[in-house]
Design a protein around this ligand. Structure first.
Ligand code: RP5
Length: 166
């Protein structure tokens, strides 16, 4: 990340329920690095550290976070509980769990009651990457320089797709 963007403080918060989620959620952080978006990364468990979750969600608006990306697996209450305690948009990443392959995570995150939305991404790596790209797109609406970087990122992706398989 450039020094200038580091100084302005995080715009996106990446939180996850466990150290074991980092292998997936680091893919979101990698994309934010590529796009030079200031962000922070924390382990915040809805079940094991509920007070940390409360403090994080309650302070998100006053700390001027623009989007929260929350990854969790199994009984994945983290994104929904974070969304319940802040109006900052929450994007949920269902971690691919060992026992049910992430279907448990997906349903836990997607099936929110009306009134408290969580934008739910795909299970696992694709979800983590797309959560970062979606968060970037949201912020880019108000940030022309980032919009240019995101357009360039997408163009590079298109250029990298071969016309024929090798
Ligand atoms: C959830 O439980 C975490 O998000 C993680 O995906 C899952 C398993 O956590 P560990 O037992 O690996 O710490 O809270």
């Amino acid at each position: 990340m450039t020094e200038a963007n580091q100084k302005i403080g995080p715009k996106i918060g990446i939180i996850m329920g466990s150290q074991s989620d980092w292998a997936t959620m680091r893919l979101a952080a990698d994309i934010l690095e590529q796009l030079d978006i200031a962000h922070e990364v924390k382990i915040v468990s809805a079940h094991r550290t509920p007070d940390r979750l409360y403090d994080y969600a309650k302070s998100a608006a006053s700390r001027k976070l623009k989007v929260i990306i929350a990854g969790a697996g199994g009984a994945a209450h983290l994104p929904g509980m974070a969304a319940a305690m802040t109006r900052i948009p929450v994007l949920g990443v269902p971690i691919q769990s060992r026992s049910l392959n992430g279907v448990d995570s997906l349903l836990s995150i997607a099936q929110m009651p009306a009134g408290i939305p969580v934008g739910t991404l795909a299970i696992g790596d694709a979800g983590a990457k797309n959560a970062a790209l979606l968060a970037a797109a949201i912020i880019a609406n108000e940030d022309d320089a980032l919009a240019d970087r995101l357009d360039a990122w997408r163009a590079a992706q298109s250029d990298a797709v071969a016309e024929q398989p090798e």
